[in-house]
Structures are given as structure tokens and as C-alpha cells.
Design a protein around this ligand. Sequence first.
Ligand code: ADP
Length: 179
Amino acid sequence: MPRTKAIYPGSFDPITLGHLDVLQRACRLFDEVIVAVAVHTPKAPLLSLAERVELIEQVIHHHFGDVHPRVIPFDGLTVDFARSQGACAIVRGLRALSDFEFEFQLALTNRKLDSSIETVFLMPKESYSYLSSSLVKEICRLGGSIAAFVPPEVEAKLIARLRPSSSHASSSQNSQERE
Ligand code: ADP
């Protein structure tokens, strides 16, 4: 039987538990899923491409073990990347109503560009259906806890980037405690 392959494209700036939930569902449906990290994003990303890729690799290695989805950066049209990888589907996550109109337009445009590639929408667990990378960055920037929304590797990275004084303060506090 032919193996089914899908790509899961996005900015992943940074990967959240919502992304991870969709990826786990996609891996149950397809033989192979490639996490496709957009090199260029509509909004300037907080994290560099290398940082976004590294975090995704750490997180999926942690959750999937040695046999984990591949992570590949891509530039240009999503359908072109899907075709170049031999994928038959593009996986997208669908949150509460907010995503629908944009995703509907994107899926139909991609179908017009290449009718052989289907877009498959997956819904995350309800508790992640309001979660976005932008919201997580904003909460972190304002000093709130993001532990319930992102894996620990991502939490540490965002705190270091968005609250450098607090991570410095807590590390000097920790070293004072050790002395
Ligand atoms: P993009 O910049 O292409 O919107 P994102 O990295 O924000 O990329 O998201 C990639 C995909 O994951 C999109 O289909 C988006 O709707 C989906 N997604 C993001 N956050 C969640 C979430 N909390 N639950 C389900 N899907 C999500």
C-alpha cells in the first residue's frame, strides 16, 4: 500500500501545546508528517528560523521519542513544498471560529494552485482551541505564567528572550541561595 505523507506548515513562533496536539493527531492519520517551518512569515517573528526549528526538534523528540516527525524549513508556495516532498495533504489546525474564514480562503486557493493536494483540518483539544503563539508571547512579556500553554523548553526560551531581567534576577537569586 502507498505510504501517505502530509506536511504541517506554519510559523511556529514558537511551537505551543496547540500545535503539538494537532501534530499528534496528524501522525495518527498519516504514515509520515513533516513539520514545515516557514522561513518568511507575514509578521516579523520573535525567534529566528534556527531557534524555531531547534525548539520544535527538542519538543517533538521529547514527545515522540526516536521515531519522530521530520522538521524542514521551507520558502515559497506551500503547495510547491508539499509536492516536492511527495505529500498528498496539507494539515492545518482549526481553532474556535476565528481561524475559519482565513483557512477556508487559503485551502481553496491552494486547491486552485494544485488540485492534487488536499487540505485537512484538525481540531485541537478544547482547552487549546483559544491558544495562539501571539497570545503566549504577550502573556510572557507581561509577566504571566505560560507553563500551561507551551512545553518547558519553549517557556524557558521565551522567558530568557522577553524577560531577560527576570531570568537574570532569578538566576542571581538562585546563585545567592546556593552560596
Ligand atoms: P501560520 O503563521 O501559518 O498561521 P502558525 O504557526 O500560527 O502558522 O500555525 C500553524 C497552524 O497551526 C495553523 O493551521 C494554525 O491554525 C494552527 N494552530 C495554531 N495554534 C493552534 C492551536 N492552539 N490549536 C490548533 N491549531 C493551531
